[in-house]
Design a protein around this ligand. Structure first.
Ligand code: ASP
Ligand code: MG
Length: 401
C-alpha cells in the first residue's frame, strides 16, 4: 500500500517523540508499504518564529514571513530523516518545493494549485521513505509560500490525492474521532467510521480533530482518511464518503460556545424586511448561522439570529447604524449562549431523532432558545451555563442508554 502519514507538532516536539514516531514509520515500512510522511514544525516552533519576527518588525512583508515560517517544518523533516537513518532505513527529507507542491502567490495563506509528484515517485521507486515538510510550497515567482495555520493537514491530503495513496493517516493524541469530547464526556466512544460531511460538521462545531480545508479536499478527491493514535497501535477512525449507517443514526454531539445571539425586535411585518436586515450583515461580511423569525403580531415581528461571538459587536454596530432605515424598535445581544448539535448522516432516513434530542433536553431541564436543522445536523441554542449538561444528557440518550 501507499500510505501518507501526517504527524503534528506535538508528535515531533523533541528527540524522544521523534524517535517514537520513527518507530511507527519503521514498523510500517518493514511491512512493505510505500511511505510518504508529512510533518509539522516541532511543538510551538511556528509561534516562536512569529514572536521572533515581531521583535524586529511589527509589520514584516508576507514573503519574508513565509521564508521564516517554512524553516520550522524543514527542521522537523531533517531531524526525522536522521532518526530513521540511525535505524538503518533508507530515507530522504524534502522541502515543499522539492516535493513539487505548487501554490498560488497568496503568501501566508497560499492555496495548492498543483502537485508535481515526479520526485516523490522516484524516491518511492527506490524504496526510500519520503519525509515531506508540511505547510509550505513554492509559487510561480519561485518563492516559498505557506498554507495558513494548521496547513500541514492540507499538504498531507494534497499529496495523498496526487499520488493516489490508499489512505492518508493523521496521528493524534487521541485514538480517533469520538462521539463527543472524551475529556468531558466519560461515556464518549471512538467511532470506527464517519463520513466527510459529518467530519466537517463536527470540526466546525469545535471538535478540532482535522483542519476543515483538508477534509473538504479529501472529499473532493476521494482520499480516504484515518485518524489514529500516535501512542497506541490500533485502528483509528476512517473518514470516507459512505459508511454503514445501519449502525448509528448519529455520530456525535458537540458544543460550540463561539456564538452570540442577536434579536432585532419590532420590525414591520412586511415583505423585504429579512432581506434588508441580512443585507446589512452580509455587506459587513458577517456570517449568520441560525435564524429564527417570530410570527407577526400587530403588524410587527422579531428576527433573531446567531453569529460568531467575535462578530457580535460588529453586528450590533452595523444594525444600530441602520435603525431608522430598518425601522426596528429594539436590539438585544446575548453572548452567554452556546450551540449544542447532533450530527449524523444516518438521521436523514430515521424518524424521531429530533424528538429524542428534545426529550433529553427536557429530562435535563434545559431550555431551548432556537432550533435549526439540516440533513445531517440538528442544532439548538441554549444558555451557555446549560451547555455541558445538555451535551451529556443528549449523549447519554443516544449512546449510553
Ligand atoms: N506549523 C504550522 C502551524 O503551526 C502548520 C501546521 O502545524 O500544520 O500552523
Ligand atoms: Mg503546528
Amino acid at each position: 500500500m501507499l500510505i501518507v502519514k501526517k504527524f503534528g507538532g506535538t508528535s515531533v516536539a523533541d528527540a524522544e517523540r521523534i524517535r517514537h514516531v520513527a518507530g511507527i514509520i519503521a514498523d510500517d515500512y518493514s511491512e512493505g508499504h510505500d511511505l510518504v510522511v508529512v510533518l509539522s514544525a516541532q511543538g510551538d516552533t511556528t509561534d516562536d518564529l512569529i514572536a521572533k519576527a515581531a521583535e524586529l518588525n511589527e509589520n514584516p512583508s508576507r514573503r519574508e514571513m513565509d521564508v521564516l515560517l517554512a524553516t520550522g517544518e524543514q527542521a522537523s523533516v531533517a531531524l526525522m530523516a536522521m532518526a530513521l537513518e540511525k535505524l538503518g532505513l533508507p530515507v530522504v527529507s524534502l522541502s515543499g518545493r522539492q516535493a513539487g507542491i505548487r501554490t498560488n502567490t497568496d503568501y501566508g495563506s497560499a492555496r495548492i494549485e498543483k502537485v508535481d509528484g515526479e520526485r516523490i515517485r522516484g524516491e518511492l521507486d527506490r524504496r526510500r521513505i519520503v519525509i515531506v515538510a508540511g505547510f509550505q510550497g513554492i509559487n510561480r515567482n519561485d518563492d516559498t509560500t505557506t498554507l495558513g495555520r494548521g496547513g500541514s493537514d492540507t499538504t498531507a491530503v494534497a499529496l495523498a490525492a496526487a499520488l493516489h495513496a490508499d489512505v492518508c493517516q493523521f496521528y493524534k493524541d487521541v485514538e480517533g474521532v469520538y462521539t463527543s469530547d472524551p475529556r468531558k464526556i466519560p461515556g464518549a466512544r471512538k467511532l470506527d467510521e464517519i463520513t466527510y460531511d459529518e467530519m466537517m460538521e463536527l470540526a466546525s462545531l469545535g471538535a478540532q480533530v482535522l483542519h476543515n480545508r483538508s477534509v473538504q479536499m479529501a472529499k473532493r478527491y476521494g482520499v480516504e482518511l484515518e485518524v489514529c493514535s500516535s501512542f497506541e497501535r490500533k485502528p483509528g477512525t476512517i473518514v470516507k464518503e459512505v459508511i454503514d449507517m445501519e449502525k448509528t443514526k448519529i455520530s456525535g454531539v458537540a458544543k460550540d460556545t463561539n456564538t452570540a445571539r442577536i434579536a432585532v425586535m419590532g420590525l414591520a411585518d412586511e415583505p423585504g424586511i429579512a432581506f434588508r436586515v441580512f443585507r446589512v450583515l452580509s455587506n459587513a461580511k458577517i456570517v449568520v448561522d441560525i435564524i429564527l423569525q417570530s410570527i407577526g403580531r400587530d403588524g410587527t415581528k422579531d428576527i433573531s439570529f446567531t453569529v460568531a461571538r467575535s462578530d457580535g459587536a460588529a453586528a450590533v454596530k452595523v444594525l444600530s447604524a441602520q435603525q431608522s432605515a430598518l425601522g426596528f424598535s429594539e436590539l438585544d445581544v446575548s453572548e452567554t449562549v452556546a450551540k449544542v448539535s447532533i450530527v449524523g448522516a444516518g438521521m436523514m432516513s430515521a424518524s424521531g431523532v429530533a424528538t429524542t434530542m428534545f426529550e433529553a433536553l427536557y429530562d435535563a431541564k434545559v431550555n431551548i432558545n432556537m432550533i435549526s436543522t439540516s440533513e445531517i445536523k440538528i442544532s439548538v441554542l441554549v444558555n451557555e451555563e446549560d451547555a455541558d449538561r445538555a451535551v451529556s444528557a443528549i449523549h447519554r440518550k443516544f449512546f449510553e442508554d
